[in-house]
Design a protein around this ligand. Sequence first.
Ligand code: GLY
Length: 369
Amino acid sequence: MSEKLPILYNKKPCYDIVFTQSFDGLWDELQALGCADKRLCIVTDSKVDELYGAAVLNLLEGKCLKAVKYVFPNGEENKTPDTVAGVYRFLIEEGFDRKDLLVALGGGVVGDLTGFAAATYLRGIDFIQVPTTLLSQADSSIGGKTGVDFDGYKNMVGAFKMPRLVYMNLATLSTLDDRQFFSGFAEIMKHGLIKDCIFYEWLIENMYEICERDLNVLQEMLLRSCNVKKLVVEKDPTEQGDRALLNFGHTIGHAIEKYKNFQLYHGECVALGCVAAAYISWKREMISMEEYYEIRDMFVPFNLPISIYDIDPGEIVKLTKSDKKMEAGKIKFILLKKIGKAVIDRTVTEEEILAAVNEINFSEEDAHE
Ligand code: GLY
């Protein structure tokens, strides 16, 4: 069964998130957006193209003015301005104008890059998100953040550009490998922790079905998780204030991601960052020791790491200072006031960050205990 969650912008309906279990309803949604008279370009990567490229192109061909597909090589290393330039060239060759529309079919790299191409081609054309990974369904396809990496800096160049639609076919989750699936789960857990204690408890109760990828349970999970993100991005679309709450776990998480040269998945780093931030919250007596250990141990059944080997904690602390989320030299750290309520804090010290990194650092000593 399909369900819809409308996202408002300036209190007016802006776009719908459709939760469903096949691509069958995609054309109806596009038709409702007036796409019968438009050129449509599916932008996807080589991995997603093999799985779904032909099927989605088939659905569109013959129904709109023109349906074409642009495929770039899979991998974060291709999330660059050069790949965007390839999209521009293709659109120019295919005669795309301002009224036409891009379809981002894939995970976070595809969604962010296509959104950025849409934000900038001819000063902005429409696009829709068709996210195919749990990470992109739970997080990156919603809220209009688009962009590419630049000179090794993640998401350094970008724009806010709202999609016209987010179409989630949850059946795509069945082709993800376990590591990729659980990586996406970290952002879902984060949504419960920062804003919705009842949802957090629901995740614990439904742990088995989630790990088994029961599609109906995943649909309810995503609906509830996206509802948290909806409430945050509607209130603060361009991150002037509370949208920063979504960065819970990301300050230390991003630092670990960089330190490990992107060998760990984003969600794995976010899980480690959430444990570290919960640890600081406990040490500041904002949450209890029991709550801290419960949060930490909750990541384990979802195959997410709660400790890490082979790191230099001092280097991780240094890297937290180069995070984009700095403001006037101060780190905007997100802490938990309680489970289901996060707060922005600008007073977290280097010593506190170091203690938190030491907490998640699995040392030789731990090994011998
Ligand atoms: N992923 C955080 C945000 O969308 O603001």
